[in-house]
Structure formats: C-alpha cells, structure tokens
Design a protein around this ligand. Structure first.
Ligand code: NAG
Ligand code: NAG
Ligand code: NAG
Ligand code: NAG
Ligand code: NAG
Ligand code: NAG
Ligand code: NAG
Ligand code: NAG
Ligand code: NAG
Ligand code: NAG
Ligand code: NAG
Ligand code: NAG
Length: 654
C-alpha cells in the first residue's frame, strides 16, 4: 500500500475516448422516482454534472474549525434526546447485575449530555471490510431480526450518535445512508435479485441488466464515460480524475437507483427524514489530503471528513469546513466573491465514497494486463484511460479548491486551485477515528470494527488479518504536538504485543482508566476481524463474492461483535453495556458495579507489553464453520477477482 502508486503508471494508450453528451435519460432521471426504496435524494441540478443554482440568502462561506457547525449542534439536540429510549432498552437487555439501568437513565433524562455518547467506526479493507463491517452493523441494529434477543447487542446503533466509515467501511456507511438508512437485513433479503451489494457482479463488468439496471457492459462503460465527461466539460473549472470513474462505478454497487444515481449527493442526507429528525446517527466518511505523486507522511497528513453538512478538517493545518452542498463553487479566502455563482451537485455520493476509497481506483488501471478480462471490457477501458490522459491522477480532484487562500499560513493547499484527496487509510489510520476523538464531539466510547489486512502476504497467502496498526497510527498522531491539536487517545501497545497477547483476535478495550490519558478521550472497544464461523481474511483485492460468500462474511462479522451471540463468552453482552457506561460512570460519580469490574479485568488492555517477534498468526475458527458450498443461486465466476488478487497480492493492506 505504501509503495503501490509509483509502480502503477498509466500505459500510454493511443485509443481516444468517444466523447458524447450526457444521455438524455439523465435529464429525466433526477426528477423521476424510479425506485422501490426512497433514499438520499437526487438533488444535483444536472445529473453528475455540477451546475449553478440560486445561492441561499446567506452566501455560503468557509468557517474555522473552532467548534461544531450550527447545523450539527442543532441536530445533536434532537439526536441525543432520541438515543435515550433505545439506550435504556439496550442497557436493560444487557443485564448489568447490580445496576439499575432504567433508574440511571431516568435520573439523567433531562440532561442527555450526562448520558453515554456512542460512536461506531468501520475500517477500510475493500469488500472484506464492507461485508465484515456489515455484520457488525447488523448486530448493532435493533431492526435486524433476533438482534435484541439475549446474547445479542442490537440497539447499539439506535443509541449511537455517530457512525464513521473509511474506504471499504465507507462503502458500507455511505450505501446505508444513501439508501434512506436501509438495514443490512433488508439488503440481504433482496437475495441475488437486488440492485445493490450484488458483489457477484464484478465492478469491472458492471451490474447484471435486470430490474432498474438496463445496461450491458459496454453501455456501462459508456455511461461512466459520458457522466464523467459531462462534469469535465461543464466549463466551470472542474477537473476530473480516475476517481470520478471509480466513484461512478461504485455507485452501481452501492446506490439503489437507476444507473447508480448520478444526481444523488452526499449532502442530501441532511434532508433525509430519519437523519433530519435525529432518528439515525450522523454518518461521517474520511479521506486524506495528498498532492498527486506525493507520498503521505503518516503523522502530518491532513485528515478530511465528510458529514452530511460539511467537508473539512479539525486538524491544525486546514482547520476549516466548507458547506458540502456548495463545494464546486469558486471560494476564495473563505468567501464566495459576489461575482461567483453558487454551484451544486459536486458532492455526488459515489464520488465521496470513491474519494475515501481512492486506493481502489487502481483497479481500473490494472485491468488491461489481466488474463480473463473480456475484450469488451478492456476496449471500453482503453477509452476511459485515453480520456484520463497520461497524467497519473490517482487522486480525487476537488477543483476549485474550497479552501483556496483560506488560512494561508498553515493550510497546505492554500495557494493551489486544486484540493486533491485520497483514500482515508493511506496514512495508516485505517479506522476512521479522527472525527470521533475531537473533544468538541465529546464521544465517550467508540466501537471500532477493524477489517484491516495488516498481516499481509507473502508472510503467508492465508493472512490478511489486522494487527492493531490502525490504532497504533492514531495513537502516535495523538502524541505529535503539532498535529494532535487538543485530541487525546488511549495508550496503545506495539503490533507485536497485539499478536502475542491475542488483542487482535478478540475484543479488547483501550483507555479503561480515564485518568491515565493526556486529556479526555473515548474508551475504544476494539473489534478485530477474526474467524468465528468463516475464514473472513479474504484478500483486499477480491473483487467479487458470490452471495453465499458475501452472507458468510456478514454472518461472521455479526459473530465477531457479539462473540457468537454470547456463546464464546456469555458475559460479553454485559461487558458491552459496561463499556458504554464507563465514562458516564466517571462523569456522574457512580460506583462501578462489580460485574463491570470483572468485565474490565477481562477485556481492558492492562498495560502489559509483549514486544518480542510473534509466531506466525494462524487463528482457528472459534465456532462450527458455515458451509458456503451449499449456497444456491446464480453466480458469476470469480475469474477477475482471483486474477487480480494474484497480480496485486502483497501491495495493498487496506
Ligand atoms: C425512509 O424510511 C422511513 C422508515 O425508516 C420511512 O418512514 C420513510 O418514508 C422513508 N423515506 C422515504 C423518502 O422513502
Ligand atoms: C431534549 O430533551 C430536553 C429534556 O427533556 C428538553 O428540554 C429539550 O427541549 C429536548 N430537545 C429537543 C431538541 O427536543
Ligand atoms: C448536564 O450534565 C453534564 C455532565 O454531567 C454537566 O456538566 C452539566 O452541568 C449538566 N447540565 C445540567 C443543565 O444539569
Ligand atoms: C430467530 O430466532 C429463532 C429462534 O430463537 C429462530 O427460529 C429464527 O430462525 C431466528 N430468525 C432469524 C432471522 O435468524
Ligand atoms: C484543469 O482543467 C483545465 C481546463 O479543463 C485545465 O486547463 C487545467 O490545466 C486543469 N488543471 C489541472 C491541475 O489538471
Ligand atoms: C510533512 O512533513 C514532511 C517532513 O517533515 C514535509 O516534507 C512535508 O512537507 C510535510 N507535509 C505536510 C502536508 O505538511
Ligand atoms: C487547534 O489548531 C488551531 C489552528 O492552528 C488553533 O487555533 C487552536 O487553538 C488549536 N486548538 C488546540 C486545542 O490546540
Ligand atoms: C503488523 O502489520 C504491519 C503492516 O500494517 C506490518 O508491517 C507488521 O510487520 C505487522 N506486525 C505483526 C507483528 O504482525
Ligand atoms: C447469532 O445471531 C445471528 C442473527 O440471528 C445469526 O445470524 C448467527 O448465526 C448467530 N451466531 C451464532 C454463533 O449462533
Ligand atoms: C495483565 O495482562 C497480562 C496478559 O494479558 C497478564 O499476564 C497479567 O497478569 C495482567 N496484569 C495484571 C496486573 O492484571
Ligand atoms: C498509562 O500511561 C502510560 C503512559 O503515560 C502508559 O505507558 C501505560 O501503558 C498506560 N497504561 C494503560 C493501562 O493504559
Ligand atoms: C460460492 O463460492 C464458494 C467458494 O467460496 C463455492 O464453494 C460455492 O460453490 C459458490 N457458490 C455458488 C452457488 O456458486
């Protein structure tokens, strides 16, 4: 991952792109509701092409990051109140002996800020991360059948304030939210006949043409090209890159709308009923800032967050936020000059998800040399590569840069008209924790689902498990005086200790002792990918999964966060409750119940180090395996995924 860019340069291709105007059907699309599910809405004025709109009465501007946005603060009032009932139900179900959960919540009912403030984070790691994370998401979600039974932890999602995702984890979070906060179960119930998460259809071949998807592979590529060309040709200073193609392609997998919903914007989530009324947590996607061709220095790269209201950073470098709905407008010095129009539609949902996962845009570049890729695909691809040109733009191009001439002294891109963003995991912080450890957000506990592939081939082809690298990276950044900017993080041991003590094989709490930290920081409930009923260490490069495999990944993910619904440790659900309450106990001066002390003894990392080189890590299934061979349905062979995995194995750890 750290080296891959320099090796992957575009082949000089002579085929030039067939340029054509936007398909007329797009014009109709954003007004028509063609879809069975309502969702984040097609608010963009002209499909994928950003276009001028009337400015709001207060002209949009860039703000400094000295606090939360007014919109987030207002939304929090509703959200915190709405977490009270679900939290009361959840804590009662989790059965914390010697602790009156209902009484505790009732005593603090009039002051939601005294109650636990929960964040959930889903790491990157391609489809492995999306599906493993989806299992966790389903387990946290009280809408999943049986998730509120004894041994389960459903309702955690309904009690949470924030849900962040990065790269493959961002596909999960972005997809759920662009589809009207649908549930993982609802997606599974669609079987192999649904529109989204049809991972048996490789993203390089496009969707199967049925239902609302009417395109064959060639039309799919033409569609990607036409939509991206429409943005490039808009004459408003937009520069497209390979990430535009990637984001459009992803949309066909993730957005339940005809042709991947070219007009669906990430900012439209703010108008979703569930979100607006505070009935769902706030989704946040994470990316990194990096100039083209530059190498990321883990400690000083600026972390960028996208939430439904804004894009920007709390880092001391950029330290500012732009209104997401109006990016693409020509801001300068934090203002939109009087003679500049308001632009909308730049924050296409797929483009935002593609930005957070830009590492994977390399797929598109690699295909030309892979055996087994149909000729029809490679020729379509050459057309696209020709359109991109020889410049290896392996970035997402946010031109015009909303932060142009904003905070000239410290903002690394203040003097460039381009803001270039890349995969949020490139700085090794592969779990999107940065937005959740900001002191202004006052998060008490973060459930961190880690699907990273840290232990990578060629160590052994069966690896791809996490080893704590993502937590180490965030911890190290929190110790860096020039970047931490008021954030604190629990102390985290080295990766050898993770492997030697099995901290990467079972849930572990970090930061149990709130007084042993440089400042207020959340308790981290680390939930590493590990095998319960399925060997879920699939390659990051695996580009397609048949439905049975996909569902096995999801089921294993469910078992990871519930410890097999309490079958591996019957006390685990109680311990989840204790983790939720830990900071709140401190804040309200409540005695910690005995059962919680036992949990903390069992699950908290106690500061012990074991830094010697570990033996090779080959974890065994904790429960009886699922048989994926018994699956039924129609599936495409996984030729592309296997070929690509072979071609690229060893490069990528995300
Ligand atoms: C979104 O889902 C909710 C149920 O959670 C439903 O009440 C609402 O009507 C849906 N919104 C749209 C626009 O379909
Ligand atoms: C939240 O609940 C408190 C206490 O019941 C109440 O005073 C406040 O108005 C509520 N806020 C919102 C936005 O509903
Ligand atoms: C609400 O609780 C917080 C944290 O316990 C406390 O700091 C604050 O003073 C309380 N506010 C009110 C109005 O009681
Ligand atoms: C829910 O649990 C019941 C028994 O406890 C079981 O029969 C049923 O199949 C489960 N449903 C799902 C969707 O897992
Ligand atoms: C952006 O596009 C414009 C016009 O299409 C072009 O002149 C300019 O060189 C491009 N900038 C970059 C950085 O690619
Ligand atoms: C990060 O630090 C390196 C080495 O000190 C420096 O060369 C680079 O310019 C810095 N990058 C940013 C974005 O500040
Ligand atoms: C964070 O960085 C900004 C910009 O440099 C600075 O103004 C602010 O005081 C910093 N906050 C903390 C808590 O250090
Ligand atoms: C942990 O993962 C990193 C890559 O993220 C790797 O460099 C390191 O060797 C691994 N260490 C162990 C003990 O697995
Ligand atoms: C845990 O419950 C979920 C949802 O009902 C189910 O899919 C999974 O198979 C269960 N796991 C075990 C180990 O029973
Ligand atoms: C801390 O944990 C290690 C292993 O995880 C254990 O061997 C040791 O006894 C524990 N120390 C204390 C003081 O509990
Ligand atoms: C407490 O903090 C010190 C560093 O200040 C660290 O070495 C130690 O591991 C921490 N202990 C725990 C349990 O976090
Ligand atoms: C799904 O993939 C598995 C390999 O992981 C294979 O054994 C199984 O036969 C496939 N199922 C179908 C229906 O193709």
């Amino acid at each position: 991952m750290k080296t891959v860019y320099s090796y992957l340069t575009l082949a000089a291709l002579t085929c030039s792109a067939t340029s054509s105007s936007i398909d007329a059907s797009f014009e109709a699309l954003h007004n028509a509701n063609l879809n069975p599910w309502k969702r984040a809405t097609p608010q963009a004025p002209n499909g994928y092409e950003p276009a001028p709109v009337d400015c709001p009465s207060t002209r949009p501007s860039i703000r400094t990051a000295s606090g939360l946005s007014t919109q987030e603060r207002e939304w929090l009032q509703k959200r915190r109140n709405n977490t009270i009932e679900p939290m009361q139900d959840l804590l009662s179900r989790l059965n914390i002996e010697g602790f009156d959960a209902s009484g505790y919540i009732n005593n603090n009912r009039n002051n939601a800020t005294a109650l636990p403030n929960i964040g959930i984070a889903f790491s990157g790691g391609g489809y492995r991360a999306m599906t493993n994370g989806a299992g966790g998401f389903a387990a946290f979600d009280s809408r999943t059948p049986n998730s509120t039974n004894s041994g389960h932890i459903g309702g955690l999602l309904q009690a949470a304030t924030y849900v962040s995702g990065l790269s493959g984890g961002g596909w999960l979070v972005g997809s759920i939210y662009t589809n009207n906060f649908t549930s993982v179960q609802a997606i599974i119930d669609e079987g192999d006949d649904g529109i989204i998460w049809q991972l048996q259809n490789s993203i390089v071949e496009g969707p199967e043409s049925h239902g609302i998807q009417l395109l064959n592979t060639v039309q799919y590529y033409n569609n990607l090209q036409d939509t991206v060309t429409s943005k490039a040709d808009a004459g408003l200073g937009f520069n497209t890159s390979i990430t535009d193609y990637w984001g459009r392609a992803l949309s066909f997998q993730l957005v339940n709308a005809s042709e991947g919903g070219p007009a669906y914007t990430f900012s439209s989530i703010q108008d979703d009923e569930d979100f607006q009324n505070g009935n769902a947590p706030m989704p946040i996607l994470v990316a990194d800032e990096r100039a083209p061709g530059e190498t990321i220095i883990s400690l000083n790269c600026t972390n960028i967050e996208f939430n439904p209201f804004e894009v920007g950073s709390f880092d001391p470098t950029l330290y500012g936020f732009a209104p997401l709905r109006y990016i693409g407008s020509n801001f300068s010095g934090g203002e939109l000059p009087d003679d500049e129009r308001c632009i909308s539609g730049f924050d296409n949902a797929g483009f935002v998800m593609g930005t957070s996962s830009s590492l994977f845009n390399q797929f598109i570049l690699m295909l030309d040399g892979v055996d087994g890729v149909p000729e029809v695909v490679t020729s379509a691809l050459r057309g696209i590569l020709g359109a991109i040109g020889d410049d290896n733009n392996d970035i997402a191009d946010y031109s015009p840069n909303p932060f142009f001439h904003f905070r000239n002294g410290s903002n690394p891109s203040a003097s460039t008209e381009r803001l270039t963003l890349v995969d949020g995991g490139e700085d090794l912080q592969n779990i999107p924790l940065n937005p959740l450890i900001q002191p202004v957000r006052a998060v008490d506990v973060i459930f961190a689902v880690d699907s990273s592939a840290d232990i990578i081939p060629p160590t052994d082809s069966a690896q791809n498990w996490p080893n704590g690298t993502a937590l180490v990276a965030t911890y190290e950044r929190s110790l860096n005086d020039s970047m931490q900017n008021g954030t604190a993080f629990p102390s985290i041991p080295d990766q050898n200790t993770f492997v030697n003590l099995g901290l990467n094989n079972r849930p572990t709490f970090f930061g149990c002792n709130a007084s042993n930290m440089t400042g207020p920081a959340p308790l981290i409930v680390y939930l590493p990918n590990s095998p319960y009923v399925y060997t879920s260490n699939t390659s990051t490069m695996q580009l397609s999964y048949n439905i049975t495999e996909r569902n096995a990944m999801i089921q294993n993910g469910y078992d990871i966060v519930t410890m097999g619904n309490g079958t591996v440790d019957s006390q685990w659900p109680t311990c989840v409750g204790c983790a939720i309450l830990s900071r709140s106990f401190d804040r309200t001066g409540t005695d910690v119940p005995d059962v919680c002390r036992q949990c903390f003894d069992r699950y908290c990392w106690n500061g012990t180090l074991a830094s010697q080189t570990p033996a090779p890590y080959f974890p065994e299934l904790k429960l009886a395996p699922i048989d994926v061979r018994s699956g039924v349905g129609k599936f495409a062979p996984n030729v592309l995924g296997v070929a690509l995995a072979a071609a690229l194995s060893g490069y990528l750890m995300l």
